[in-house]
Design a protein around this ligand. Structure first.
Ligand SMILES: Cc1ncc(COP(=O)(O)O)c(C=O)c1O
Length: 446
C-alpha cells in the first residue's frame, strides 16, 4: 500500500485493510479470513453484515438520517429507549443516547454531579473508582479509570479520583479467606475511603460489573456488589455501573448487574448496544436522578451534536430486536459454557495459563511464567503483543493486553466472540488461540 495519511494506532505499522465481513469473519484486501474471536473490542455481538441490521439502517437513511436533538426527537430513539428501559433493572426510567462508551461515562459523571447540585448537596464532588479498570479515554473517563499505564503521561491533566482495590480473587483473595470475607474486606475498604474523603462529599462510585479490557473478564466474588450497594446507600453515594463492555447481553443477561442482584443508579452502555453497525452509547438513569433534574432546573446541562443519532438508534434497535427474536441471550449462556469447556480442555493444564475466567461469551485467560507462584512474564517481553501477532497470523482476532495486575505486570487475552458464533468456530478459536499462545511463549523464551 502507498504511504498512509491516516494516523493509525501504531505509527510504525499499518494494519491489514479490512474489506468485507460475514458472520463471525472479517476479510482483508489480500483475501485472508480472520475469525473475530473478540468482536473487535467486545463490540460485534451479531457478527458482521447482518442483513436485518443493514435493512433497518437502509430504511432509516431513506427516511431521515439525522435531526438535531435540540429541535426534534425521532421514533427510533423513542422506541429504543422504551425497549432498553423495559428490560432494565428496577427503577431505571430513561436513556440518554450518546456516540460511544467514553461519552457515556462523561455524561454519567456530569449527571451524578448535577443530581447532587439539584437536590441541594453541592459539596458532593468526589468520585471513587477501582484500580485495574477502564472507563474510556476522554479526560474525565480516563481520570476515573484505574489503568496506570493509560493514565501515566496524562496524569497532570486529570481530575482527582480516589481508587480502591479491584475485586480480583485470583490475585488478591487471601489464603484461608472465604469469598464472602474477601468481598466484606473490599466493602470495608470502600466505606473507609468514603469516610476519609469526608461525610457527604462523595458523589459516585464507578465500577465495571465484569472488568473487561484492563484485567481480562474478571468477575466479582458472590455478594461483593450487594455489599458495595449497601455501603453506597449508607453514605448517599450513587453507584454507576460501567457496562460499556460487559453489558448488552455479553455475559448472558442484557445487563451484567442483573446477575449481581443490585440496581445501580446509573448504567453506562455502548459497544454491543449498536454491535458496531453504528457508533452509539447510552446512560441508563434511575427515575430518582432524572426526577431531581425534572423538578429542579428542568434540563440536563450537557449535550453533543450527535446525541440520539437516528441511524445509530435504528441500527441499535434492530440489534436489540434480533437478540430478542433469535433468543440470543440463551445462546450466549450456552455457547459461553461451550467456550469455557473448550478453553479448560485446551489450556486448563497449560504450564503458563494461570486462570481461565469470565461469564457468558466474555472470557479471559491470564498468562503466568509460573503457575504455583503466579509470577508474571517480564513486561519487556510484551507477551500480550506477541500473542496478538501470532493470533492474527493464524487468522484469529483476540484482544490481549499487558499490565493486568498493576498497569505494568501481567498478560491476559480477552475473548468476546459474536453471539452467533458456531460450535465449529469455537473449536477453531480455541485451537488457533492455543497455537498462538505457544508460539508467543516460545518466541519470548528464545
Ligand atoms: C468498561 C468501558 N468503559 C468505557 C469504555 C470506553 O468506550 P469507547 O472506547 O467507546 O469510548 C470502554 C472501552 O473499551 C470500556 O471497556
Amino acid at each position: 500500500m502507498s504511504q498512509t495519511h491516516v494516523l493509525h494506532r501504531s505509527l510504525r505499522q499499518t494494519p491489514p485493510v479490512a474489506v468485507r465481513g460475514q458472520g463471525a469473519w472479517v476479510y482483508d484486501s489480500a483475501g485472508r479470513a480472520y475469525l473475530d474471536g473478540s468482536g473487535g473490542a467486545a463490540v460485534s455481538c451479531l457478527g458482521h453484515n447482518h442483513p436485518d441490521i443493514q435493512a433497518a439502517m437502509h430504511a432509516q437513511i431513506d427516511a431521515l438520517a439525522y435531526a438535531h436533538t435540540s429541535f426534534f426527537t425521532t421514533e427510533v430513539a423513542e422506541q429504543l429507549a422504551d425497549r432498553l428501559v423495559a428490560d432494565a433493572p428496577a427503577g431505571i426510567s430513561h436513556a440518554y443516547f450518546v456516540s460511544g462508551g467514553s461519552e457515556a461515562v462523561e455524561a454519567a459523571l456530569k449527571m451524578a454531579r448535577q443530581y447532587f447540585v439539584e437536590i441541594g448537596q453541592p459539596e458532593r464532588r468526589h468520585i471513587v473508582a477501582r484500580r485495574q479498570s477502564y472507563h474510556g479515554n476522554t479526560l474525565g473517563a480516563l481520570a476515573v479509570g484505574g489503568n496506570a499505564w493509560r493514565r501515566a503521561q496524562f496524569a497532570p491533566l486529570l481530575i482527582e479520583v480516589e481508587h480502591v482495590s479491584p475485586c480480583y480473587a485470583y490475585r488478591d483473595q487471601r489464603e484461608g479467606e472465604s469469598a464472602e470475607q474477601y468481598g466484606e474486606r473490599l466493602a470495608l475498604e470502600l466505606e473507609q475511603t468514603f469516610e476519609r474523603l469526608g461525610p457527604g462529599t462523595v458523589m459516585a462510585f464507578v465500577a465495571e460489573p465484569v472488568v473487561g479490557a484492563t484485567a481480562g473478564a474478571v468477575t466479582a466474588v458472590p455478594g461483593y456488589f450487594r455489599r458495595i450497594r449497601e455501603v453506597c446507600d449508607r453514605h448517599g453515594v450513587l453507584l454507576i455501573a460501567d457496562e460499556v463492555m460487559c453489558g448488552m447481553g455479553r455475559t448472558g443477561t442484557l445487563y451484567a448487574v442483573e446477575q449481581e442482584g443490585v440496581t445501580p443508579d446509573l448504567i453506562t452502555i455502548a459497544k454491543g448496544l449498536g454491535g458496531g453497525y453504528q457508533p452509539i452509547g447510552a446512560v441508563m438513569a434511575q427515575q430518582r436522578v432524572v426526577g431531581a433534574m425534572q423538578q429542579g432546573s428542568g434540563f440536563f446541562q450537557h449535550g453533543h451534536t450527535y446525541l440520539g443519532h437516528a441511524v445509530a438508534c435504528a441500527a441499535s434497535l434492530a440489534v436489540q430486536d434480533v437478540i430478542r427474536r433469535d433468543g440470543l441471550l440463551a445462546r450466549v449462556r450456552e455457547q459461553g459454557a461451550g467456550l469455557r469447556a473448550r478453553l479448560e480442555h485446551a489450556l486448563g493444564a497449560h504450564p503458563h495459563v494461570g486462570d481461565i475466567r469470565g461469564r457468558g461469551l466474555f472470557m479471559g485467560v491470564e498468562l503466568v511464567r509460573d503457575r504455583a507462584s503466579k509470577q508474571t512474564f517480564d513486561p519487556a517481553l510484551s507477551l500480550h503483543a506477541r500473542i496478538k501477532r501470532e493470533a492474527m497470523a493464524r487468522g484469529l482476532m483476540v484482544y490481549p493486553m499487558g499490565g493486568t495486575i498493576d498497569g505494568r505486570h501481567g498478560d491476559h487475552v480477552l475473548l468476546a466472540p459474536p453471539f452467533i458464533v458456531t460450535e465449529d468456530e469455537l473449536d477453531q478459536l480455541t485451537e488457533r488461540l492455543a497455537g498462538a499462545i505457544d508460539a508467543a511463549i516460545e518466541q519470548a523464551r528464545a
